[in-house]
Write a protein that binds this ligand. Structure first.
Ligand code: AMP
Ligand code: GLY
Length: 423
């Protein structure tokens, strides 16, 4: 069948790479894609949030399966648009409805959902500009550090963790009164700080049944030793060594099952990924956040470990038959290291030529922010390439990635040399 992937990052290049392993994949399109997807599929120059353009592309190319990479089109209701449009109704779209996507689109909604379905998470309250004073009073009752979260989508920047009470009060005011994160911070969730180690669990659900995919851990800070500014993610490993059977059983019983049952009880149409950000505190798992898509760069280590035909898996998801499918996982560990532009996550330059791609051996290079121009591959974003390797353990996998990175270069290329340091 013909397949369309929406998005343009390392996650989407990895989806493309995996889907092409399926005998069932005939023509593969990526919109808008990058230089990496262009080398293995057909890029279509449309935005994932331009639903009319997506429709035209689907109809013109006889697309039967659409895989939505990023959260934006989901939060804007692309699944509902497909369900409500007669020509598109039979197209298998992987991604939740707008109501499902609110689990990522609104932190307050996510917290309410967790409370409603007894899913362990940090205690919280939410505030608006009208209740600013109550918000400040709530902060006084908490112990530092203080966790402030913009309710809406803020491109991964909407969470502040502050040690000082006065600073926390000031930032709460900046968010509510001075629109620090625009409309996204017109409501703010304040929550209890949880002290522990983070991991992510990925679930594919058809709204009734689910499959737990490999665990992963990403490294969000720009600097070695988890210091400096937050980024989209500088690297990841899978599986997470401390996610043993005992912890995974707790996660499945207390978090995954109640999440899927909660979606079903609330009649939410959800055929897609649930990315559960967790924190382990004294061996007990708590949910930090839900995302309604796969993570990036977590996809770059999770998907290469999935041996099951991805088209079969997606079709089972769409037809609510996930219970009938077996998921086979590669026992090897995977690690990925992101190569980023100098200056990222603040200002950086684009358009630098990437050299050495043809010399990489024994690793997979997934493109994130790249484009091709006159036969050259150029940088086109903050995160540029993800270098993934598989081996018997994540340290060996990392070693391969770092060896291959030596062969790659572009002006002001940067990466973290300590991925997995805390494991
Ligand atoms: P989020 O966007 O909700 O994932 O938050 C971004 C990051 O902030 C998370 O990956 C955690 O490192 C941190 N964080 C969020 N909520 C908490 C919390 N309640 N306690 C401790 N750290 C948190
Ligand atoms: N790597 C974190 C995310 O995709 O949100």
């Amino acid at each position: 069948m013909n397949i369309l992937i929406l998005g343009s990052g390392g996650r989407e290049h990895t989806f493309a790479y995996n889907l092409l392993q399926s005998k069932r994949c005939e023509k593969l399109f990526v919109a808008p894609g990058n230089a990496g997807t262009a080398s293995i599929a057909t890029n279509v120059n449309i935005k994932a949030t331009d639903f009319e353009a997506v429709k035209k592309c689907v109809l013109e190319n006889n697309i039967e399966l659409v895989v939505v990479g990023p959260e934006d089109p989901l939060v804007h209701g692309i699944a509902d648009y497909f369900a409500e449009t007669s020509d598109l109704r039979d197209v298998m779209l992987i991604g939740p409805s707008k109501r499902g996507a609110l689990l990522e689109g609104s932190k307050q909604r996510a917290k309410e959902f967790m409370m409603q379905h007894n899913i362990p998470t940090a205690a919280y309250e939410s505030f608006t500009v009208e209740s600013l004073d109550a918000g400040k009073a709530f902060l006084e009752k908490l112990n530092p550090p203080y966790v402030l979260k913009a309710d809406g989508l803020a491109a991964g920047k909407g969470v502040l963790i502050l040690k000082d009470l006065n600073e926390a009060k000031q930032e709460l005011e900046n968010m509510l009164k001075h629109s620090k994160f625009g409309e996204a911070s017109s409501k703010v969730v304040i929550e209890e700080f949880l002290d522990g180690i983070e991991l992510s669990v990925f679930v594919l659900t058809d709204g009734k049944n689910y499959k737990i995919l490999p665990t992963a851990k990403d490294y969000k800070r720009i600097g070695e030793g988890d210091t400096g500014l937050n980024t989209g993610g500088m690297g990841a490993v899978s599986p997470v060594p401390f996610a043993d059977e005992v912890l995974m059983k707790k996660i499945e019983d207390r978090i995954v099952k109640p999440t899927v049952n909660g979606l079903s009880k609330e009649n939410i149409d959800y055929k897609g990924f649930v990315f559960i950000g967790l924190i382990k505190v004294n061996n007990e798992p708590y949910v930090i956040e839900y995302n309604v898509r796969m993570g990036d760069p977590e996809t770059e280590v999770v998907l290469p470990r999935i041996k099951t035909d991805l088209v079969d898996l997606f079709e089972a998801t769409y037809r609510q038959k996930l219970n009938a499918i077996n998921i086979e996982i590669d026992e090897r560990a995977a690690a990925t290291v992101m190569l980023v532009s100098g200056g990222y996550p603040e200002d950086y330059e684009k358009g630098k030529e990437i050299l050495g791609l043809e010399n990489v051996e024994g690793s997979l290079v997934f493109h994130a922010g790249t484009k091709s121009e006159n036969g050259k591959i150029l940088t086109n974003g903050g995160r540029v390439l993800a270098v993934t390797s598989l081996d018997s353990d994540f340290k060996k996998a990392l070693k391969k990635s770092y060896q291959n990175i030596e062969k790659l270069s572009f002006n002001r290329m940067k990466y973290r040399s300590d991925i997995g340091f805390d494991l």
